[in-house]
Ligand binder design. Structure first.
Ligand SMILES: C[S@@+](CC[C@H](N)C(=O)[O-])C[C@H]1O[C@@H](n2cnc3c(N)ncnc32)[C@H](O)[C@@H]1O
Length: 312
């Protein structure tokens, strides 16, 4: 039952209403036509990486949490394959699929698949993600982090100058991983001193195993995230820059992560570096205004860490 999660139908319905267009766009470029799911009970069960939802009553969820699900609920889970074991490759494929048809990620799926495989092997205990958006990558990472792990996700989605607004995604995000895992969402800009103080307090001396930098893509923004947050990463930890294929020459002014990555990868001495880039991905900014004839871009992960973690 480790892979079974639940949330309320209100949370999930609100999420799909909010990100319906984004999900529709991503699904469409992958040749899927999605109907928004509707739910008929107070609670909804979902599997960590297998498809499907199951409507459930409060009582059914309580019984499940107590370790004694009803025979009928077990039967419904069995019908969806939720009780079957699977090899890690199948889990990783299922997670990437989740970010295409349920919890959208701003990712190239070939690169995400490679990254997911790497994180699965690392099995981090402490993760910090800067830039969460709709939570697609967070969803994957939540499934791959240790059951008793700690995840701190930072996002200031509303406006650069109007941070800390409560966000209605946070309750659902906290249910992505197993109930024994802890997620703290910080709704503020990563460069604010208060954010840094919050992260330090939440870590409480623990070192970060995986730092994902996917927030502000300007040169100053990404550099600041690297400089401010790398101090929390342990010697065996991994720093992942997303969007290293973005350069002002090909994506336009302000898409600078590639420039920063060149400097960081060339200058780093205590860690190895590795790139994950879809060789088939286009190297220019695609037309995000239409999913028709969409040219999937290479976005690229740049990884810093011990060879044993990032090159395996
Ligand atoms: C490209 S999206 C992140 C995508 C996400 N990691 C995924 O894979 O689906 C970038 C996010 O970073 C957030 N962001 C931009 N600048 C930020 C900053 N300085 N601090 C925190 N979040 C920031 C934006 O609100 C946006 O949601």
């Amino acid at each position: 039952m480790d892979s079974i999660r639940w949330t309320t139908s209100d949370e999930l319905s609100r999420y799909f209403a909010k990100y319906g267009d984004m999900l529709g766009f991503i699904a469409h470029i992958h040749g899927l036509e999605l109907a928004a799911p509707s739910f008929g009970a107070a609670k909804v069960l979902f599997h960590s990486w297998r498809p499907g939802f199951i409507d459930a009553s409060e009582a059914e969820v309580s019984a499940l949490e107590a370790g004694s699900p009803s025979t009928e609920l077990l039967e419904r889970m069995r019908d969806l394959g939720w009780l079957d074991e699977a090899p890690p490759d199948k889990v990783a494929d299922g997670l990437v699929q989740r970010t295409i048809d349920r919890f959208p990620a701003i990712q190239n799926p070939v690169e995400l698949r490679a990254f997911v495989g790497l994180v699965a092997r690392m099995r981090p205990r402490v993760v910090v993600e800067i830039g969460t958006a709709a939570g697609g990558l967070l969803y994957c990472v939540s499934q791959l982090t240790a059951k008793d792990g700690l995840i701190i996700a930072i996002d200031a989605p509303d406006s650069p100058f109007d941070a800390c607004k409560p966000n209605d995604d946070d309750a659902l995000f906290a249910r992505f991983g197993p109930a024994t895992q802890t997620l703290h969402m910080i709704r503020d800009r990563s460069g604010h001193h208060g954010t840094l103080v919050d992260v330090e307090r939440l870590l409480d001396g623990r070192l970060v195993d995986l730092l994902i930098i996917d927030g502000d893509h300007s040169y100053a923004g990404a550099r600041s995230d690297y400089e401010l947050y790398r101090r929390f990463v342990g010697p065996e930890g991994v720093i992942a820059f997303h969007d290293i294929c973005m350069r002002p020459q090909t994506w336009g002014r302000g898409h600078d992560v590639g420039l920063l990555w060149d400097e960081v990868a060339a200058g780093v001495e205590s860690r190895e570096s590795r790139e994950i880039i879809d060789p088939e991905g286009s190297r220019t900014k695609p037309d995000f205004s239409t999913p028709v004839n969409f040219d999937m871009p290479a976005l690229g992960f740049g990884l810093l860490g011990p060879a044993a973690s990032i090159c395996a």
